[in-house]
Design a protein around this ligand. Structure first.
Ligand code: GLC
Length: 730
């Protein structure tokens, strides 16, 4: 980064960013504290350790809390140490190295399917309150990478394939976490869309494509959520590691978006001292890097470099500003953990995220007349599936079961399937008054088919485990479950499939089944949530936040880039010298439903798809233009039971050829026969295009056609409005 840019970045840091409002006192306090720091104290906040006894030689300070990270504060000046826990789904269990449990939320994908920012905010506040009560003051939540590849092993940690849904829910998660005086992150900045070779993958993407997709999700989440920190990613973008990229960290984040907070690295993502000048403010988990770059090597490099010294001061001010703006230096709000309430909240998230994909012959809700119910497979007698890696959460008693999946090296302990203690079988038994329940674990297909043949209805559980650090090689259900489902459905056509997956899966057996629900990783109360939907206590309202392809051939990249040439271990140790470029310009900003619309491809299930036990009629849509355009959509519950509907509004045509894109959404509850006019706010940036020459968001003058309906490929109500040309201020 040239000296001018460096000084500019520093200058921006000095000028309170009005758009962040009342935190100006935080800016002033940060400047005063930083000015009072000694040179030695300025190093404290710039690097931290992983506060886990997994790397030989780690000395964990006495005031640290066992968890992802610890950064020494400056007690002389009242600057608290930073105690960091993962992540978006609750306070991480770190494979039992913590002895206290926490409430496990459903996957972020389940939260995405709920299209419910208020619920995400409440759920995030709940896990942050638990984090604070355990002594943490930073929660490494806010995973908002777009699901460019549905095989990404961290799909379950992310909200959606769409930038608006991801950005809005990401902002809600940040607001919830920070309401508890806990700094939230948004991560992993940016374009971290696969786990295979995550440390070396080099992303190629054009400016407008990046700005209108992955960067837009971060821009919206940061603008609306005001996270204290942004975590930069492992991968490279245009040849530079994200944590060493002045394009991402200084040009886009700090200059264009005027971000006043601080950038922390991912753990083991810092390539060297140069990252400070590029815009990185804090090296996290320094034992996982080759050196504590932001310790002596940086201080030595700055000794004769005033610009670097100024950058170091700016980095300290940014960290201090976030500490003050979020209130880490204030006593934590007194929190008494109400486990029953926290479980109920986790359950509500799961229930709202469950997507009804198929329901033939009204197989669901389960009829009270069912005399014999077969429950088969998916560990249904033990618990529900959860995702592996740094985000893994468990309750006080740990997982219901742990199934080792191999793996080598210091992080092999992460490589296991862990089930949450919420067995669907028990929850079904509780509700199937009088019916005879037959259980079969599904390991022997012929036996499972025989069990199925004896029942009035079969509830067949199928799971797809995912884990950080690894992508799934394809979208088929593992462990021969497709064959199990086909055999069971052949033995009994009244088969209801319950999927507990990290992301989309193929369904070669679909037409042979009566019903299918996608329950994702349903969290600490998942079994209860699934049973309540199956028995109709809850009317499913989830909508797919990610398209389900009909085959991997439909994807922009049928093969995962680097799959054959990269070391696919968790650490990816053999990859250092390898160069693998992934070309996101193939789809550009047209991820998921936008890709299918552009290529005229029919996926298995489209973005926004989700059935209900009732039906909804989209009767009218009226639009209002101006600088804050909005829509009013008239929706009627045309069925016989109450239910929630997600009203999703898309731009489908415009003068600047935006292609189809989600521009707004709102949930609504409707009683049978009830009609409501729903206001849907339209995010102007989704009507705009990124003007590369002008380096700005530009709305073109002309007519825009907007539409809404039951899913992204079924838009039944259309209207248009005329907008004047204008630039959207960043
Ligand atoms: C991990 C993840 C990141 C997590 C961090 C701390 O490798 O990429 O999401 O917050 O390290 O565990």
């Amino acid at each position: 980064m040239n000296k001018t840019a460096l000084l500019l970045a520093t200058a921006i840091a000095l000028s309170p960013s009005a758009s962040w409002g009342k935190e100006e006192s935080a800016d002033a306090r940060a400047r005063n504290t930083e000015a009072a720091m000694t040179a030695a104290e300025r190093e404290n906040l710039l690097h931290g350790i992983m506060a886990l006894p997994v790397i030989p030689g780690t000395i964990i300070p006495p005031d640290a809390v066992i968890g992802a990270g610890y950064v020494e504060g400056v007690s002389r000046l009242g600057v608290p140490s930073l105690k960091e826990s993962d992540a978006s789904l609750g306070v991480a269990w770190v494979s039992g190295m913590r002895k206290d449990g926490a409430t496990a939320l459903p996957s972020a994908t389940a939260m995405g399917a709920g299209f419910d920012p208020a619920l995400v905010r409440d759920a995030s506040a709940m896990i942050a309150a638990e984090a604070r009560a355990k002594g943490f003051n930073i929660l490494l939540a806010g995973g908002i990478n777009l699901m460019r590849d549905p095989r990404n092993g961290r799909t379950f940690e992310y909200f959606a394939e769409d930038p608006l849904l991801s950005g809005i829910l990401g902002a809600a998660a940040v607001e919830g976490v920070q309401s508890q005086r806990v700094i939230a992150t948004v991560k992993h900045f940016a374009l971290n869309a696969q786990e295979t070779g995550r440390q070396v993958i080099d992303v190629k993407i054009g400016e407008a494509a990046a700005r209108e997709s992955d960067l837009l999700a971060f821009e919206l989440a940061i603008e609306k959520g005001k996270p204290g920190s942004v975590m930069c990613a492992y991968n490279k973008v245009r040849g530079r590691h994200a944590c060493d990229s002045e394009y991402l960290l200084s040009d886009v984040l700090k200059r264009d978006w005027r971000y006043p907070g601080f950038v922390m690295s991912d753990w083991g993502a810092v390539p060297g001292v140069s990252a400070m000048a590029a815009g990185l403010d804090q090296q996290s988990g320094s034992q996982t890097d080759k050196q504590v770059w932001f310790g002596k090597p940086l201080i030595d490099a700055a000794s004769a470099d005033p610009a670097l010294q100024a950058r170091i001061s700016d980095a300290n001010r940014r960290i201090l500003r976030s500490i003050y703006a979020v209130g880490l230096d204030q006593p934590a709000p007194a929190v008494k953990i109400d486990q029953a309430a926290n479980n109920a909240l986790a359950q509500r998230v799961a229930e709202r995220g469950i997507v009804l994909l198929r329901n033939e012959r009204n197989a669901l809700p389960l009829a009270a007349k069912a005399k014999t119910i077969a429950v088969i497979g998916g560990y249904a007698d033990m618990g529900v599936m959860s995702g592996g890696g740094s985000s893994q959460v468990h309750g006080v008693d740990g997982p219901a079961a742990t199934i080792p999946m191999g793996g080598e090296g210091p992080f092999a302990f992460l490589h296991s399937i862990n089930l949450h203690r919420s067995p669907p079988l028990a929850a079904i038994r509780k509700r199937a008054a009088g019916a005879k329940i037959l259980y079969d674990d599904g390991h022997y297909i012929a036996e499972a088919a025989r069990t199925a043949a004896k029942a009035d209805v079969v509830i067949l559980f199928a799971s797809q485990w995912m884990m950080e650090g690894y992508d799934v090689p394809d979208l088929s259900l593992p462990d021969n479950q497709d064959a199990l489902i086909a055999a069971v459905a052949a033995a009994n056509p009244n088969t209801v499939v319950v999927l507990e997956t990290g992301g989309p899966v193929l369904m070669p057996w679909l037409d042979k089944t009566a019903a299918v629900i996608e329950a994702w990783y349903p969290g600490a109360q998942g079994g209860e949530a699934i049973a309540r939907v199956l028995f109709g206590e809850v009317n499913p309202s989830g909508k797919l936040p990610i398209s389900f392809p009909a085959s991997v051939e439909q994807l922009p990249r049928p093969a995962i880039p680097g799959w054959d040439e990269l070391d696919k271990s968790f650490e990816g140790t053999g990859n250092e010298a390898k160069k693998v470029t992934v070309d996101y310009d193939i789809e550009g900003a047209d991820i998921g439903y936008r890709w299918y619309a552009r290529k005229n491809i029919k996926p298995l299930f489209p973005f926004g798809y989700g059935l209900s036990y009732t039906s909804f009629a989209y009767e009218k849509i009226s639009l209002r233009g101006g600088n804050l355009p909005s829509a009013q959509v008239t929706v009627r519950n045309s069925g016989a039971v109450a239910g929630d509907e997600v009203v999703a509004l898309y731009a489908v045509a415009g003068p600047n050829d935006p292609g189809q894109r989600l521009v707004g959404f709102t949930r609504v509850s409707l009683k049978p026969g009830e009609t409501k006019r729903i206001d849907v706010a339209i995010e102007p940036k989704l009507l705009a295009r990124w003007d590369e020459a002008g380096h700005r968001w530009q709305i073109a003058a002309g007519r825009y056609e907007l539409a809404t309906g039951p899913s992204s490929d079924k838009l039944t109500a259309k209207a248009s409005l005329t907008l004047n040309a204008r630039t959207i201020a960043q």
